[in-house]
Design a binder for this molecule. Structure first.
Ligand code: TEU
Length: 577
C-alpha cells in the first residue's frame, strides 16, 4: 500500500455492506393484517416475506411494534422491550428475525428514545412526585416567572410542539410542566441524566443480543437540549399567528449530540462483529453536521435521514404547499452528494410513513403518466450514491388517497392541525386541500396486494380505508408484468447489487439549470454511467441536450424502444465506457 495514498474508505474492497444494500420500510399497521381486526400485524409481515425476497431488498426496517397507547401509531412507546398484542407476540418477532436471516435479509428496528409514552413506567414514576428518583429522567419545569400555572404564557418556554400547540403540558398534581416536542403523550427523556442513557443503552444491547441487525433512530438529533447551567431553557423566535415560538435552535443537533452518539456507539455497537446498520432520522440536519455524524472515524451512526429535499415544496410550514422547482431539487441533492463524497454516507428516500406519496407529490399520478413517473422518480433516486429506502407500496406506484372530508383523517398531526387552523380562523376548504396533499395518512392507507374489496390487506374492516384505485394498482397485477412499477424496482435493486459503480461511483451533476431534465454521471475507475431523467411531460431531443449519450449502451430504461427523443417521464441509465 502506498502510505501517501491510503485506500479510499469507501473503495470497492473496503466498503461496508450497506453501500450496496436497499432497505424496505414496513409500517406494520398498514402492511398486512392476519387476524381480521383491520390492523396490520407481525403475522402479516411473516406472510408477505416472499414479496420482499422477490423485490430483492436486503434489509427490513420495521416501524414500532412495541406496547403503546398508539397516540402516534406506536411512536409513543410504553415498553421498549415488549410487543404490543395489537401486533402479535415475542415469539413472532423471533420468528421474523429467523425468517429474514434465513433468506439473507436483516432486520432493523425503530428506536424511539427522544421520548417515551406518558404511560411508560418511567414517566409514571417520574410524574408521581417531585421527589421521585426518576423525576429528573424527564424535563420538569415550574411555570414561567410570575404566571399562574395553567395560564397561557406560563409555559417554561415558548416552544411550539411538532403537532400544534405548546410543547409543555401542566401536571396539575405538582404544578409543574413537562416537555414534549411531539404530542402531550410523548414526554421528552432527559438525556443529560446518565441513568437515562445507561438504561437506553442496556435496552439496545438486549435487542442486538436477540439478533436484530441495527436501528433506525427516531429524531435522534433532538436528544441534546441546549440547557443553561441553572437549568434554564431558551425561548425561540416567534411563529406568526400562533403566540408560540420555534425552539428548534435549542434542540436540533444540540450541544452534546455528538458526545451522546459516540457514547451510545461505544456502549452498544463497538466490539460487535455482526453486520449492523444504524440510521439516524435528523430533521434540520445540515451537510456539515451530517458529515460529522457519518464519518466512520468518529463512530456515531452509519447514515442519516436528512429533510432538505422533502421541504422544497413548502413555504412557512408543510401545509403551505408550493410547486417543486426541479433546479432546487438538483441543487439540494447535488450539495448532499458533493458534501458526503469523501467522508460520510447518504440515505436516499422519497417516501416514508410521514411523507405523502411521491408519485402524487413529485410525479404525475394521472392515468397517462402514473407508471412512467413512478419509475422515473425511482430511477433518479436509486442511481444516486447512498443507500436507497423503499417505503411499502412505493414499489407498486401507490398514490395519495382521495380524502373527501376532514373526518377521514386519523393522524394526530393532521387532526391537531385542522383544529388549530380553525381556531386561528383559516378557511376550512383551503386547510383541507393542503391536508389532502400533505397529510401523513396518505402514506398509511393499506398496502394494495390485490383487487379484492380490502385489497388483500384484511378480512375485516381496515383502520384506514383502502385506496379505491387498488382495483387497478396492486401487487398481484404487477408481479408477473415486466413493464410494471414493481418489475422496475426489482431491476433497480438488482443493478445496485451487481454493479459497483451504482453503489460507489463518484457523482457529478449535469444540466444544473434545466427545469425538466435531471442528469448526472456516476464514475468508478474507468466505468462511467450517464443517468438522464425527464421529470415532466415535455419531450426533449437527447443528443441536443447531452451529446455524450450518442452511441452509449442502455443498461436500464423505464420505457420500451429507446430512441432519439427523451419522452415524457422517460429515464435512462446509459453506460458510457
Ligand atoms: O418523525 C419526526 C419528524 O420530524 C416528523 O414527525 C415530522 O415532524 C412530521 O412528520 C412532519 O410532518 C418521527 C417519526 O417518523 C414520526 O412518525 C413521529 O410522529 C415522530 O418522529 C415522533 O416520534
Amino acid at each position: 500500500m502506498d502510505p501517501a495514498n491510503p485506500p479510499h474508505p469507501m473503495g470497492t474492497e473496503s466498503a461496508p455492506w450497506w453501500t450496496s444494500a436497499v432497505v424496505y420500510q414496513v409500517y406494520p399497521r398498514s402492511f398486512q393484517d392476519c387476524d381480521g381486526d383491520g390492523i396490520g400485524d407481525l403475522g402479516g409481515v411473516l406472510q408477505r416475506l416472499d414479496h420482499l425476497a422477490d423485490l430483492g431488498v436486503d434489509v427490513l426496517w420495521l416501524s414500532p411494534v412495541y406496547p403503546s397507547p398508539q397516540a402516534d401509531n406506536g411512536y409513543d412507546i410504553s415498553d421498549y422491550e415488549g410487543i404490543d398484542p395489537l401486533f402479535g407476540t415475542q415469539a413472532q418477532l423471533d420468528e421474523l428475525i429467523a425468517a429474514l436471516h434465513g433468506r439473507g435479509m436483516r432486520l432493523v428496528m425503530d428506536l424511539v428514545v427522544n421520548h417515551t409514552s406518558d404511560e411508560h413506567p418511567w414517566f409514571v414514576e417520574s410524574r408521581s412526585s417531585p421527589s421521585s428518583p426518576k423525576r429528573d429522567w424527564y424535563w420538569w419545569r415550574p411555570p414561567r416567572g410570575r404566571f399562574a400555572a395553567g395560564t397561557p404564557g406560563a409555559e417554561p418556554t415558548n416552544w411550539q410542539s411538532a403537532f400544534s400547540g405548546p410543547a409543555w403540558t401542566l401536571d396539575e398534581a405538582s404544578g409543574e410542566y413537562y416537555l414534549h416536542l411531539f404530542t402531550r403523550k410523548q414526554p421528552d427523556l432527559n438525556w443529560e441524566n446518565p441513568e437515562v442513557r445507561q438504561a437506553i443503552y442496556a435496552m439496545m444491547r438486549r435487542w442486538l443480543d436477540r439478533g436484530v441487525d441495527g436501528f433506525r433512530m427516531d429524531v435522534i438529533n433532538m436528544i441534546s437540549k441546549d440547557v443553561a447551567d441553572d437549568g434554564h431553557l431558551h425561548d425561540g423566535p416567534p411563529i406568526p399567528g400562533t403566540g408560540l415560538g420555534d425552539g428548534s435552535a435549542s434542540y436540533i443537533c444540540g450541544p452534546r449530540i455528538h458526545e451522546f452518539l459516540q457514547e451510545m456507539h461505544r456502549e452498544v455497537f463497538s466490539g460487535r462483529d455482526a453486520a449492523l446498520l444504524t440510521v439516524g432520522e435528523m430533521p434540520g440536519v445540515t451537510i456539515e453536521q451530517a458529515k460529522l455524524f457519518t464519518d466512520p472515524a468518529r463512530a456515531e451512526v452509519d447514515m442519516v435521514f436528512q429533510f432538505e429535499h422533502v421541504n422544497l415544496d413548502q413555504g412557512s410550514s408543510k401545509w403551505d404547499v408550493r410547486p417543486l422547482r426541479l433546479r432546487n431539487l438538483k441543487a439540494s441533492f447535488g450539495r448532499w452528494q458533493a458534501g458526503l463524497a469523501d467522508v460520510g454516507w447518504n440515505s436516499l428516500y422519497w417516501d416514508n410513513h410521514d411523507q405523502p406519496r411521491a408519485v402524487s407529490r413529485f410525479g404525475d399520478d394521472s392515468p397517462a403518466f402514473r407508471r412512467d413517473s413512478a419509475t422515473c422518480l425511482a430511477t433518479l433516486l436509486h442511481l444516486h450514491r447512498g443507500t436507497p429506502y423503499v417505503y411499502q407500496g412505493e414499489e407498486l406506484g401507490m398514490a395519495n388517497f382521495p380524502f373527501a372530508s376532514v373526518d377521514e383523517f386519523r393522524d394526530v398531526e393532521s387532526v391537531n392541525h385542522f383544529g388549530a387552523a380553525m381556531v386561528a380562523g383559516q378557511d376550512p376548504t383551503a386547510v383541507l386541500a393542503a391536508m389532502r396533499r400533505m397529510s401523513r395518512d396518505n402514506a398509511r392507507t393499506p398496502v394494495q396486494w390485490d383487487a379484492s374489496p380490502s385489497a388483500g390487506f384484511t378480512t375485516g374492516t381496515s383502520w384506514l380505508p383502502v385506496n379505491p384505485d387498488h382495483v387497478e394498482w396492486n401487487a398481484a397485477a404487477q408481479r408477473d408484468d415486466p413493464t410494471s412499477v414493481l418489475a422496475h424496482y426489482r431491476r433497480l435493486i438488482a443493478l445496485r447489487h451487481e454493479n459497483p459503480v451504482v453503489a460507489l461511483g463518484d457523482f457529478a451533476m449535469l444540466l444544473p439549470e434545466h427545469e425538466h431534465v435531471y442528469a448526472f454521471t456516476r464514475t468508478l475507475d474507468s466505468q462511467v454511467l450517464l443517468v438522464v431523467c425527464n421529470v415532466g411531460a415535455t419531450p426533449y431531443e437527447l443528443s441536443a441536450l447531452l451529446p455524450r449519450a450518442n452511441g452509449a449502451t442502455l443498461l436500464l430504461g423505464n420505457l420500451p424502444d429507446a430512441a432519439a427523443t427523451l419522452r415524457p417521464w422517460e429515464a435512462r441509465v446509459l453506460q458510457l465506457s
